[in-house]
Design a protein around this ligand. Structure first.
Ligand code: SAM
Length: 285
């Protein structure tokens, strides 16, 4: 089958099937062989690896993955793409196509079936409308995943990678950095896709930690504090915490905890590092 990284081949397949590109599914198909190679290189795919691809679309990235991986499970929500994928991937015996919503998939069972329970490498050009839910689902469920190498909106990649003191820093940064080490490996302009997205894109690789970089007694409590801090990011941390009813923290308790940590009583949540949020979760009731 022709390399779909070549724009003419992608256009030909869209025309052959008279395929209507679905905006609601975030369909922006990659048409740049250099970018496709870059993604597969960054994911360090070898024949030892079982890859989980989210949203194969026409099968473009899947072709590149299938060349290098042991096997590939490709999960696509749009059933109208199934006949196209059967054609574009017909040369590859190591690809399993699954017509499903990734967020409803039993990834533990799939890892058992496809890889004897060993972790996947996740690789994808993600649908941008659900990037954050997909990343959080992969990380929080402690899915069997070694690395996640994905194309996302540039701004979302920045949010995952930054530390305190920048406008992009927030709950997503802290959640990602608790579970994984993020590295932006490429910036990708809109003209590498059909149709062109109206935002810049970036490829980010998340390497999951075996043990998180900070120790906390109760992860859920720490993330509840983080969410409260960034839900009202213009307020001081003390006010943001005591205004969050679900936390049940008084102003006095919040102020005393900050004092014990040697932090200013007027500090905002956006100034705290992951270590400091972990410390705060120990200091608060
Ligand atoms: N991998 C292809 C490429 O690079 O050309 C297509 C990438 S396109 C940005 C995102 C793909 O994800 C689309 O094919 C879309 O139909 C699929 N998709 C959207 N939501 C999904 C979901 N919840 N589960 C699985 N696939 C989904």
């Amino acid at each position: 089958m022709a390399d779909l990284g070549i724009p003419q081949n992608t256009i030909a397949i869209l025309q052959k099937y008279n395929f209507n590109i679905q905006k609601k599914y975030g369909q922006n198909f990659l048409i740049d062989p250099t970018v496709l190679e870059r993604i597969v290189d960054a994911a360090e795919i070898s024949k030892e690896d079982c890859v989980l691809e989210i949203g194969p679309g026409l099968g473009t990235l899947t072709q590149y993955l299938a060349e290098r991986a042991g096997n590939v499970a490709a999960v696509e929500i749009d059933k109208k793409l199934m006949p196209i994928l059967q054609e574009t991937l017909s040369a590859y015996e190591n690809v399993t196509l699954i017509n499903a919503d990734i967020l409803k998939l039993d990834i533990f069972r799939l890892a058992e079936e496809m890889n004897g329970g060993r972790p996947f490498k996740v690789v994808a050009n993600l649908p941008y409308y659900i990037t954050t839910p997909i990343i959080m689902w992969l990380l929080e469920s402690r899915a069997p995943v070694k690395t996640v190498t994905v194309m996302v909106q540039k701004e979302v990649a920045d949010r995952m990678q930054v530390g305190p003191g920048t406008k992009d820093y927030g709950a997503l940064s802290l959640a990602v950095q608790y579970y994984a080490r993020p590295e932006i490996v490429a910036n990708v302009p809109p003209n590498c896709f059909i149709p062109r997205p109206n935002v810049g894109s970036a490829v980010i690789r998340l390497t999951e930690y075996e043990t998180p970089p900070v120790q906390v007694a109760d992860e859920r409590r720490m993330f509840a504090l983080i969410r409260a801090a960034f839900n009202q990011r213009r307020k001081t941390l003390v006010n943001a915490l005591c205004n969050a009813p679900a936390l049940d923290i008084t102003k006095e308790q919040a102020a005393a905890a900050l004092e014990r940590m040697g932090l200013s009583p007027t500090i905002r949540g956006e100034a705290l590092t992951l270590e400091q949020f972990a410390g705060l979760s120990k200091e608060l009731p």
